[in-house]
Design a protein around this ligand. Sequence first.
Ligand code: HEM
Length: 524
Amino acid sequence: MGDSSRIEPRNEPLKRGHGVHFPDTKDRGITYMPAQNLHVATLPWHRGRSTSIMSPSSLIDVRTAVAGQRVPRLGGSRLLGSVRELRRDYLGTISRAADEIGGLARISAGPPGWRVTFYSVSSPELAAEILGQPDRFRKNGPGYRELRRELGENLLTSEDESWHRQRRFLAPIFTRRRIAGDYIHIMIEEAERLVERWQAAATEGRSVDLYPEMVEITSRVIGRILFGADVARAIPQLTRFRIVNEELLRRFVSAHPTPRWLPTPHNRRLTYELAQVRHIVDEIITERQSERVKRPTADMLDLLVAARDAENASDRLTDTEVANQVLLFLIAGRETTAVTLACTLLQLALAPQWQTTLREEIIEQLHGRMPSAEEVHQLEWTDRFLRESMRLYPAAHGMNRSTREDEILGGYNIPAGSWVEVSVWGIHHSPAVWHEPEIFDPRRFDVPAGQFPGGHRYAWMPFGAGPRACIGTQIAMLEIPIVIAAILQAFVLETSLSSVPLHAAITVLPSAALPLQLRPLQET
Ligand code: HEM
């Protein structure tokens, strides 16, 4: 590739503006933001808690004594701070804080006495500092506490030695070589299955709704990776996971979630559905433990059950620990990949010339075949398109940390017990980091070896950064191009939408249907 004359330069620039209510989403309290092409909903910020009381350590901490400045606060209502703005448009508020204040902004919400404060970080340098020091910036905010309670200790929620131990067990299972060798055939088969399913819609001129379609394929892929041949049994339970996700989400986005011990319909539903999912996972694990015959190809569950700690060969994961990881992978591996796929495919429909560029690249390299892992890495423009899509629509839009002690960040004081939100969204949309950040342009990622797009190693960080970065990156970055390659070799994609309608919850999610019209490629 590299023939720039074949490349559609840009979509229409998006203009910054104020949020207006979008009729279809009225009931859900979602606001349409022309500036970001977004629909934004209430977020979990209001469940955080911070204290501005100086801990005794601050009196003797030299760093605190030298700096001693409070982080500038985003302007808002005198009485309620930014509460209304955050509710109406969380991500727009984060962007405004980055524009008006800079890479570190204090955002307060709620009346005095009930006020919640958090520190929004939209600077790659500060993000590197925070994410690189998990002993100081802890996973102990409200979101992680809730996840820990519902799903148990797992790789995402644990800390310190417990996390180190789990990561030692799991890292060898998630290597690029293993993912490419053991699981690529699953991704290819599922992509082909999807294309087959979509043929009927294409010939009948029906459009498909992208997000549920993508949830289905990513569920099947992660289900087969984990459970292999047992996936047929697990699939109905995977469907249940949507309910678990919804209920967890409801708690996250609620200002005052009901205590879990109260027997409300939602609480009971969450408890019941989680128990059902856990039951099938436990059942399959127990069977695996008792099996004498080794199966010809080990699925990920076999590997988890057989895993031994590299530093202590007699140590193994208990059945509960295995089950906790499986539940986590079902949640972490599905929604994020599905929403990224949905946004990327819709973006292809929104940018027809880029679609042609990618299709030409794919056909030139693959001639109608599906790619090997090596060939996926050679699809340069497909890769750049995907990265640009993940920049504009980062599925995990923010990472929540809390400070154990008083900290100095960018020369400012952050008191102990504060909530610090590393905003991937803020960094990816910051004009201080990216030139004209609202414009979709995959050429940003065409940089010489050794240079970072956006000029900083952490200017692009959809998978997080530092030791706690995503362990499933290789799965997503193989699965998504394979699905794109299969689809673009079969269909031309069109949409009646003019932008990607999203809202922000735990992850970024579509706020409306994402209709995709398919035309069989041969017809064009
Ligand atoms: C496009 C897809 C994905 C995105 C955008 C994504 C994003 C992220 C991010 C931002 C983090 C860091 C969270 C933090 O530091 O607070 C993370 C962690 C994690 N992700 Fe992913 N993820 C994706 C796919 C997957 C998949 C496919 C799996 C597994 C099958 C997975 C499993 C995990 C796990 C276990 C962690 C915790 C790692 C640790 O703390 O050691 N993710 N992910």
